[in-house]
Design a binder for this molecule. Structure first.
Ligand SMILES: [Mn+2]
Length: 297
């Protein structure tokens, strides 16, 4: 099955002009290997935006879904080739595996040419902010929602994504642009919004504990910013529903952008210089990272 095409999105328009040079790009939740991956739209963005550094913030390849069914269509192959080309041309790529590509966590510490695999990272912006970067599934245990609700949500989510695919196939035939049915439904669900709020609080708490200025992650497929007590929370969104990325400009400001490189929302200004609460722990991973297995097999 191929991802829907969106003929009304003109390749020649340059939405990234308002953003200028992108210093860093954060993308997550591509779910490559499934029919829901909007690979063509992400390729469009990567044609317009040339970051100096690219963070792949988890659930890039959906190894979990690929156990049942694997889809790697032409658009997805082109996207993988584009990312590798970007790395070859000097862009530093940091791959932080998520829960759907958790097997890659065994490769943490490995560096292949310009691509390094890390459990988490501390990103320092051009303006000197220090931000924790992780996929975010480690905060699931802090979310106080009944587990059966999450399981039910998972099944529903799969169903809604299928509807989303068909809805956009129809829109594409009519020449209408991409629209996320899944995110429209999620915004109306009280349980989903409670989950999002608790996730954001857990992520900000972790950043605060480590004396950092903020947090960047993905996982919950809900892009956005939040500031509390001077700690910034950023979520880069996903490439199955919202199709958004987080971009840092040359001045260190953070923006949510769409597949055309157009700014949807910018991070609010917040207190820059924070004192570290726990100093030496900053560079230490939350979870121990297993070294790559060096077996003869
Ligand atoms: Mn995830």
């Amino acid at each position: 099955m191929t991802a829907p095409r969106f003929p009304s999105q003109d390749d020649s328009c340059s939405g990234a002009a308002s953003l200028g040079q992108v210093r860093t790009l954060f993308i997550s939740d591509l779910h490559l290997g499934t029919p829901d991956c909007q690979a063509a739209l992400l390729s469009k963005l990567l044609r317009r935006v040339r970051p100096e550094r690219l963070y792949l913030v988890g659930d890039i390849v959906d190894l979990l879904a690929m156990r049942k069914r694997a889809v790697l269509d032409k658009d997805q192959q082109a996207l993988v080739a584009r990312v590798l080309r970007l790395a070859r041309s000097g862009c530093e790529v940091i791959y932080i595996p998520g829960n759907h590509d958790a097997s890659f966590r065994r490769l943490c510490g490995v560096k292949l040419h310009n691509v390094s695999i890390e459990r988490r990272a501390i990103h320092v912006t051009a303006s000197g902010r220090r931000l924790l970067v992780s996929h975010g599934d480690e905060f699931d245990t802090h979310v106080r929602i009944a587990p059966w609700l999450l399981t039910l949500g998972d099944g529903m989510h799969g169903f809604i994504l299928s509807l989303n695919r068909w809805c956009n196939r129809g829109r594409s035939l009519l020449g209408l642009p991409y629209w996320s049915l899944a995110s429209a439904l999620k915004r109306r669900s009280g349980t989903a919004q409670r989950y999002v709020a608790q996730f954001e609080e857990a992520a900000m708490r972790q950043a605060r504990l480590e004396g950092l200025d903020g947090y960047i992650g993905g996982h919950i497929h809900q892009a956005g910013f939040r500031v509390e007590d001077g700690v910034l929370y950023c979520n880069d969104g996903d490439w199955v529903e919202h199709c958004t990325a987080l971009a840092e400009d040359a001045d260190g400001a953070l923006h949510l952008i769409d597949w055309q490189g157009q700014i949807i929302e910018s991070a609010p200004r917040f207190v820059m210089s924070r004192q570290a609460v726990i100093d030496p722990a900053i560079q230490q991973p939350v979870m121990a990272c297993k070294p790559p297995e060096m077996t003869g097999a």
